[in-house]
Design a protein around this ligand. Sequence first.
Ligand SMILES: C[S@@+](CC[C@H](N)C(=O)[O-])C[C@H]1O[C@@H](n2cnc3c(N)ncnc32)[C@H](O)[C@@H]1O
Length: 410
Amino acid sequence: MAEHPAYPVGLRLAGRRVVVLGGGQVAQRRLPALVAAGADIRLVSPEATPSVEAMADAGEITWEQRPYAEGDLADAWYALIATSDTAANDAASAEGERHRVWCVRSDDADRATAWTPATGHSEGVTVAVLTTEARHRDPRHTAAIRDAVVEGLRDGTLVAPHRRTRTPGVALVGGGPGDPDLITVRGRRLLAEADVVIADRLGPRDLLAELPPHVEVIDAAKIPYGRFMAQEAINNALIEHARQGKAVVRLKGGDPFVFGRGMEEAQALAEAGIACTVVPGISSTISVPGAAGIPVTHRGVAHEFTVVSGHVAPDDERSLVDWPSLAKLTGTLVILMGVDKIGKIAGTLIAHGKSPDTPVALVQEGTTAAQRRVDATLATVAEVAVAEEVRPPAVIVVGEVVAVGPHGTA
Ligand SMILES: C[S@@+](CC[C@H](N)C(=O)[O-])C[C@H]1O[C@@H](n2cnc3c(N)ncnc32)[C@H](O)[C@@H]1O
């Protein structure tokens, strides 16, 4: 007899009776999706795994603690037959056939009247992969296809632009510290859907090379600003491109709101009436020390960490940082944009009571192939930074945590 392929369909089970026979691993795996579909689930099983039992306790399913009995499928729309008793499974299948209830069988797919696809979700879409012909059934291969599709959509390597529901306006995307794998799933997806990307020098620049040729990539540092400030010129470029109906991504290093001027851009967009989505990013403040083996906190060593900008020196009247108070803290100090000023910063911290022996690490170009770490103390850091030719971007960590990890001196 010719084999006919299965017919794929999406069942709308909300409020409809679904019977699950057997409360073991199969039920445990399948029940969450049935619960999410809003089905009226009746589990019939003498036993259940702790997770299945918890669903019953939470009222997500109704559990009849007994073996299958004839008549259990009478008012079901759909059934999952997954007991360890083949005879009971056969009897339930026969009952399903009589009552025209579609039945999935965990023990014998050939005797089932329905098959469950391998499913995954991405941005409101369910990806369901089904082998429709029995002779090609290979659940691992099916699951691998599902994974490839869902992962591809999540990380942007599979591009399926959705023109109707894509995020309008500008997305301020935190790109993370530099390693292209350290952007968020959402950031990567928005990047894959962009028409225009305005990018900073810092962040995952390798991702820009992967963008399709029609995407216009603009280097924020190279936008001519004429009579405007550089930041105003960037804001204007964002607004102009968004007004042309383009999907614009403003790709920023780390997190947009950590010394990233993200809110200035968000405010300019709001004033221009342009929708703005903010996607957080992994900030270099934590990730760069971490990549160099330095935890910003450590039990028994540091119970706090403070992040400061070192872009203006402590004696500069524009500085908003209370360096004398920072010198009195016992925790970790994480300094961004401080390479040029580290001599004055270290001197100020020592002058206000910090030990000259406090360990210091400078981590340059963290999480990238060029990452390097240079260790010093507060007393020596100015000299060491010059001798070792440390260059921005670097994160400077001051505190005992520097000596904790495998690269530390403790
Ligand atoms: C303008 S701030 C932007 C910070 C960013 N918004 C964040 O959350 O990481 C730039 C400074 O961040 C630090 N930085 C950013 N990425 C870095 C990296 N990969 N390695 C070392 N330092 C980095 C440096 O101190 C650099 O001067």
